[in-house]
Write a protein that binds this ligand. Structure first.
Ligand code: 4AZ
Length: 418
């Protein structure tokens, strides 16, 4: 018997599977649209920075608080940072608070003022002024909660731009702008660096060709190795480039003076240290700023992590590279480094070893004069070594040997005033 076609069409339309999938697809599309709307209206967060100065009443200012390298500076800044962090983490702004950093401790009468930068994340549509007053109100509640610090609360906090925050942070030594995010540490060990990762690293160029690494330690001073000048020490033939690429540098500066340690010994590698003065003062930015120098007494613990960076060759006897590379190594005690299978007594007290027991990550030719750095408990970067020498590169039991910066701390001050 003949059946009209419509009937079969009808039955296909009413197929429960088709209806089900159509409904599911519709719900999914609606959910995605609603989720995107909620995301952009409520959850698309932006970072906001605030500047605030806290007066510490029960700590007397002393010269020990002049430099972030001293234990007193570190301890006091850590206490202030920790009290402020705890306060926000226990408040209703706990999900918005990202971090706080003491950018400077300064003298006020006989007491101390701590200048801080605080970072928060709020949805974009939030009212900035109301957030500022919520932050101020949380700070006011902190009054009873300062432990053994007696703090005069700031009457006001100031909203600052991202640029102002970066400026405040990068005026300080060793402070990369990422230090307030609690992000996981980058996994590195023989990989390319990104712009701003090692902002104190410079390339020292002889007749415009990369020759050695160097380290920005002030706005006119570069620290490096004495052996970089064995072929030539005429400042007019040297330039300094900044940024991760030596082919497209962010900045190039001329050199006015080269000061080489007068007792540098090319046979023993002793006193392998020199400083260069730049012809002009450098304006720091997020990608170009100075590292911290440790105190002469700072203890460098064997086994602790350090990073070495440079444009040196990737294999023994190879060419230097044009994009900055970074490697993670561990500090090795002079005793271990002087073992017979290692350097058999050639590592002198003014030197420091770092590497991996099995080799594989190391400085090499062209890295000389560059930095070996470590992070302190406040995540500030300190220079502990200057790439100096080694038996080839990355061999097992033949770690890199560095000039021990703590041993030359006085010498650096005598030459540069830093
Ligand atoms: C060099 O030739 C050199 N593996 C620098 C560092 C090391 C070896 C050689 C350390 O400048």
């Amino acid at each position: 018997m003949y059946r009209p076609a419509r009937a079969s069409l009808n039955s296909r339309f009413l197929n429960p599977y088709v209806v089900f999938f159509a409904v599911v697809a519709g719900v999914v599309i609606l959910a995605v649209v609603i989720a995107l709307l909620i995301h952009f209206l409520a959850f698309d967060k932006k970072s906001y920075f605030y500047h605030s100065s806290f007066q510490i009443l029960n700590v007397n200012y002393s010269d020990n608080l002049n430099s972030p390298a001293t234990q007193q500076y570190r301890t006091l800044s850590e206490r202030i940072e920790s009290v402020i962090t705890t306060t926000f983490k226990e408040s209703d702004l706990k999900n918005q608070f990202i971090g706080v950093h003491v950018v400077k401790l300064r003298q006020s009468g006989s007491g101390v003022i701590a200048d801080t930068v605080m970072k928060f994340k709020f949805p974009r549509n939030n009212n900035g002024a109301s957030m500022k007053s919520r932050i101020e109100s949380v700070l006011r509640q902190m009054l009873n909660n300062f432990g053994n610090l007696e703090i005069n609360l700031p009457t006001e906090i100031t909203t600052i731009t991202d640029e102002d925050a970066i400026h405040l942070i990068t005026q300080e030594c060793g402070a990369r702008p990422d230090l307030m995010t609690l992000s996981a540490e980058r996994v590195i060990g023989g990989t390319n660096a990104e712009e701003g990762d090692w902002p104190w690293q410079v390339s020292l160029q002889l007749d415009n060709v990369h020759h050695c690494g160097g380290i920005l330690i002030g706005n006119t001073w570069i620290l490096t190795a004495a052996h970089c000048f064995r072929s030539n020490s005429d400042p007019s033939r040297w330039t300094v480039t900044f940024g991760v690429s030596t082919t497209f540098p962010q900045k190039t500066e001329r050199v006015s003076t080269i000061l080489i340690h007068k007792d540098y010994n090319s046979g023993t590698h002793e006193n392998d240290i020199a400083v260069m003065k730049l012809s002009r003062t450098i304006t720091f930015n997020k990608d170009i700023h100075m590292v911290c120098l440790p105190e002469a007494t700072q203890n460098i613990s064997p086994g602790s992590t350090a990073y070495v960076t440079g444009w040196g060759s990737q294999i023994n006897g190879g060419d230097t590279v044009t994009d900055l590379r970074q490697g993670r190594v561990y500090i090795i005690s002079n005793d271990v480094c002087n073992a017979q299978i290692s350097y058999d007594g050639a590592v002198l007290p003014g030197m420091l070893c770092a590497g991996l027991p099995e080799g594989g990550v190391d400085a090499c030719r062209g890295d000389s004069g560059g930095p070996l750095v470590q992070q302190d408990s406040r995540r500030l970067w300190f220079l502990v070594g200057i790439v100096s020498w080694g038996d080839q590169c990355a061999l097992a039991n033949k770690p890199g040997v560095y000039t021990r910066v703590t041993a030359y701390r006085e010498w650096i001050t005598q030459q540069t005033g830093i």
